[in-house]
Write a protein that binds this ligand. Sequence first.
Ligand code: NAI
Length: 432
Amino acid sequence: MADRYLSFTGTAPGRFLTRRLGLPQPAVLRRWSQASPEFEGGVLHLTAGKSELPGLTGLKFPSASDAPAAVVLDATGVRDVEGLAEVHAALHPVVRSVAASGRIVVLGAPLSAEDHHQAAAQQALEGFTRSLGKEIGRGRTVNLVRLSDASAASAAESTLRFLLSPKSAYISGQVIEVGPAQEADVDWSQPLAGRTALVTGGARGIGAAVAETLARDGARVVVLDVPGASADAGQLAARLGGSALALDITAADAGERIARALPDGLDVLVHNAGITRDRRLVNMPAERWSSVLDVNLASVLRTTDALLERGTLRRGGRIVATASIAGLAGNAGQTNYGASKAGVVGLVRSLAPRALAEHGVTVNAVAPGFIETKMTAAIPLFIREAGRRMNSLGQGGLPVDVAETTAWLANPASGAVNGQVVRVCGQSLLGA
Ligand code: NAI
């Protein structure tokens, strides 16, 4: 179901009327396209505090003139309240000039366990970022990237390229941690060339968008879905030059069957298949509970374990699991779904450091908010409208927004991004 309100507010009479009535005025977001892959307008580099990031200036982004498409504020050297005044001094004069759909990225440092003044100032950056995200408007986003140390400046290149591009249109108010640099050679135009990616639940919705986006980035894609969806999965795979795998991911031997289908190994595993069976707990039969837990969580655990243990997931591999803001905030009628998606977050946080140390594989999650799919089109009108508007960008996201986030996490150059749960929710008020 198209967002007619968004189309209406994009017209001159719509803008006039909604302004007069004091209604939300969501901006039409600028997204990636082949014809226009980058922002015009350049990036403005600013510093607050004494920066310890010599490497950052090495990142080559076109520098901005008077109307920047993006601003990067290096606040890694902010150690006290006086340093925070420099954050204000740096951004106060330029924030108005940032272009529509533009970006502000604040770079922060880890919180010190020894220096509580530094920790207070660095934590303050989170409240600052999230608040600016809520007020900035015009489709502009504000995110904080916390760098583990000075070496992370070069490790953050894939993250900055993503956040400073039209690909991150629906990500705002987020804090992303970047760890120490990991070796990687990457061709930025085809970062997944020569790599194999498997997308569960890839026949439709978000999974189909993920398959398309990974293929655009050069991956050979395997579209896995239930046998009942094999016609759609087959057509998509054929269009993308990949293959389809008809398999119910809850099968006890799903991991082995995937491994057999991929004798040459796998580089990117996207756990996207998911179901809802909503009911309040008082009315929820055990079967509704177990089916959701089985698809959304148990099968993710089983296949992850099987593919890591067998070595099917090669070194340099990437696991991207799908959580949900319902797993972070909770949602009435979704105790089963909320539990399963929170479980995915637990899996990611626990496994990430070990998987990287033992297998050279990163493990991250995307947590979508309200995404325009068949699933959300079926929600009753008023609840759907509330879901769409209750975020800083005043609209639902598109499947491609989750797909672009997945592609960034899957990038060979994103090895320093590990154990993160990245919300793709337009800074939803739920669980904020
Ligand atoms: P969808 O229902 O359109 O697509 C899900 C796909 O998974 C379908 O093709 C389905 O056949 C497949 N699938 C289901 N059970 C399977 C199984 N046992 N084995 C293999 N494949 C199976 O869902 P949508 O909206 O594209 O969601 C994708 C993921 O994103 C899910 O994990 C969902 O929970 C999550 N999500 C979606 C949100 C939204 O707003 N649409 C919000 C938050 C999370």
